[in-house]
Write a protein that binds this ligand. Sequence first.
Ligand SMILES: NC(=O)c1ccc[n+]([C@@H]2O[C@H](COP(=O)([O-])OP(=O)(O)OC[C@H]3O[C@@H](n4cnc5c(N)ncnc54)[C@H](O)[C@@H]3O)[C@@H](O)[C@H]2O)c1
Ligand SMILES: [Zn+2]
Length: 336
Amino acid sequence: MQLGEHSYDITVERGALARAGELMRLDRRVLILTDDGVPAQYAQAVADACREPHIVRLEQGEANKCIEKYTEILRTMVEAGFDRGDCVVAVGGGVMGDLGGFVAATYMRGVDFYNVPTTLLSQIDSSIGGKVAVDFAGYKNIVGAFYQPRAVVIDPEVLSTLDPRQFACGMAEAIKMFATFDADAFETVEREGKNVDVDSVIIRALEIKRDVVEQDEKEKGLRRVLNFGHTVGHAVESLGEQSDSPLLHGECVSVGMLCMCEGAVRERIAKTVAHFDLPTTWRGKKDDVIAAMTHDKKASGDRITVIKVQKLGSFTEQKMTPTEIAEQSREVITLI
Ligand SMILES: NC(=O)c1ccc[n+]([C@@H]2O[C@H](COP(=O)([O-])OP(=O)(O)OC[C@H]3O[C@@H](n4cnc5c(N)ncnc54)[C@H](O)[C@@H]3O)[C@@H](O)[C@H]2O)c1
Ligand SMILES: [Zn+2]
């Protein structure tokens, strides 16, 4: 990632965890942040390479990406005497990455941050780009910063323990990037389905995201393309939160992408996401969907800029009202 003085290496390598000490500067105090859904041996592999490791293991789940856990971690660091020369390493999915990154961004006005993402979503998307945050007052990512890591260490081996549904969510985001930027990569996933070479998917998705971030580090323009599928996706996600079996983020993005294309493109994206058992339809109340989209923080005035794919490997931007978006989504989401 080339961002001037904030440039960093992103290593994608099977077995990279065993080389943690070479890929990160761990000869100091190291706060290792992980959660109880991440197999303990991954954080331990990092700890083994540290001079003074302090492992903080939170409960798993988005609810822990909060101010309370943030202050708990800061307290651990203060009590252990962490200073500006020490560092934070996140070992886990996007929840640990976002939280650990925000801790690192703010502790003593910023200490070194390393990300060791262990879900497919975090390996291809959230671990690079420098967006770090916690949720607050019912809003996702409402308190945060742009803070780039010093290095990102991606070991695809860790995906062997990941739940298939979580894996599929990462694929939804990869399909999103390929549908908007790379028709060939899209075709490969479309053709190979579950047999696709995961390492190649990770690397290609990272290249796309890296190029986008390098051009638009602070999300002033191009980076919004990564929101393809997210306007309706976020609406579906928030409406499902109260249900007994809420959809995961990537599953909502799967539905959301299909709402932003039509005809043959929609059929091909639907076929591709279906390889990973991602949903291609959803059922909900029209007024709820419209209200949820209006509350999405990406809304501006009463029109929302959405990303559409008319030709695979490319995108267009369009301003639409939530009502127009809901109407256009009729073939994908059954409005009741
Ligand atoms: N910063 C960004 O640019 C950005 C981009 C996209 C998403 N995000 C954030 O990322 C978060 C979602 O990340 P996620 O999908 O990785 O979820 P997550 O971090 O909650 O991980 C999903 C689950 O997988 C478990 N897990 C992680 N690694 C595992 C492994 N190797 N084996 C077995 N289980 C494992 C976790 O314990 C957790 O239960 C959200 O908070 C979202 O806001 C941030
Ligand atoms: Zn997403």
